[in-house]
Write a protein that binds this ligand. Structure first.
Ligand code: MTE
Ligand code: MO
Length: 365
């Protein structure tokens, strides 16, 4: 894929912003469990950095026994693993918020699922030797720019931290391949973090530096952005977003799609969650009055979405019903019915009705 402004360089994706490039995946076309690279959503804060692979280095520094510096080839020679993981932007579904919230107006498509191959972050941290008392692992990208609102202190790199405990988990990898191919520039070439179970902002692309810190990192994207209100002893405090919240989405019928009265319609979609696997998905085809369990059609894989389907006997009467879906995970987390304003403009997983139309469609029309 190239980034020219003529023609259709991102055919099949929905453009939300041209510069920096932000593209939504066509969720209504959900087909395979794996999203092909060219249909995976793109969320960029800055222009894609131009990286000369001969010059590029990944460094691990900070509160460690010895700094580690790796070339691309040295990184790829380390023990690796492949993990299937769904990434969802914390702003996915923002277009459904009432009242409107600030930020990119993502519909259903700021979520995709891929196979990622790379080196466990724990392998790099063990190579460096973490000092006692270390608490955070900061991941810094090579991309950089000035942010207007709220104003950044001049040009800054995109950076995000993980608590050491999550950083050491087996599933967290420094990936150099996506679906078996080297990462595309839009997805973080040469390497990116993949933090399964966490919202997309944790999976830092174009990774250049890993810095271990003795205090909680207070960077731009975990103080001024990507934070929500949490209430501790009745005191509202801003806390960085982390774990992905459980969610199910309907791919088809799409919003305002017409379905034939009296027909059999295959309603289908996908559900995903954070640290605990999805255990149950339900569907309502009558605006939430009655709910039926749907069939999960993918074998469960931790951190990956699971497709689901339901054969709907569409009523004989024309109408405009709403379809709703909701999921539950093994830890008992369920999607909320209503939006919690403490979440500000992020973590949008309340149950959202999808209005469709049932119409008589004479044979052959
Ligand atoms: N360096 C860097 N990493 C980044 C971002 C970015 O702008 N710069 N965006 C983050 C956000 S908010 C999301 S949702 C995911 C999106 O990953 P994708 O573009 O591969 O879908 O990347 C994350 N990693
Ligand atoms: Mo995001």
């Amino acid at each position: 894929m190239t980034g020219g402004s003529n023609g259709a360089p991102y055919a099949g994706l929905i453009t939300r912003e041209q510069e920096p490039l932000n593209l939504e995946s066509p969720f209504a076309n959900l087909d395979d469990q794996i999203t092909p690279d060219n249909l995976f959503y793109v969320r960029n804060h800055f222009p894609v950095p131009q990286i000369d692979i001969a010059e590029w280095r990944l460094t691990v520094s900070g509160a460690v026994a010895r700094s580690v510096v790796l070339t691309y080839d040295e990184l790829r020679a380390l023990p690796s693993k492949t993990v299937m993981a769904t990434l969802e932007c914390a702003g996915n579904g923002r277009v459904y918020l009432v009242p409107k919230a600030k930020g990119t107006m993502w519909g259903q498509g700021a979520v995709s699922n891929a196979q990622w191959t790379g080196v466990p972050l724990s392998v790099l941290l063990e190579k460096a030797g973490i000092n006692a008392g270390a608490v955070d692992v900061v991941l810094e990208g090579a991309d950089r720019g000035e942010v207007d609102e709220p104003k950044s202190p001049g040009p800054i790199h995109f950076a995000r931290s993980l608590p050491l405990e999550k950083a050491m988990k087996d599933e967290v990898i420094i990936a150099y391949a996506m679906n078996g191919e080297p990462l595309a520039p839009n997805h973080g070439y040469p390497v990116r973090a993949v933090v399964p179970g966490w919202y997309g902002m944790a999976s830092v692309k174009w990774l250049a530096r890993i810095i271990v810190t003795n205090t909680a990192f207070q960077g731009y994207w975990q103080t001024l952005e990507y934070v929500s209100w949490r209430r501790e002893d009745g005191l509202p405090v801003l806390a960085p977003l982390g774990e992905t919240q459980i969610k199910s989405q309907i791919a088809r019928p799409a919003e305002y799609e017409t379905v034939g009265a009296g027909s059999q319609y295959r309603v289908h979609g996908a559900a995903w969650s954070g640290e605990s696997p999805v255990s149950r998905v339900e569907l309502s085809c009558d605006g939430g009055d009655s709910w039926d369990p749907v069939a999960l059609t993918d074998a469960p894989v931790p951190f990956a979405w699971c497709r689901w389907e339901y054969l709907w006997s569409v009523p004989q009467a024309p109408g405009r019903p709403s379809l709703l879906t909701r999921a539950t995970d093994e830890a008992g987390n369920a999607q909320p019915d209503h939006r919690d304003p403490d979440r500000r403009n992020y973590m949008i997983n309340h149950v959202v009705p999808v209005e469709i139309e049932i119409r008589w469609t004479p044979a052959g029309s």
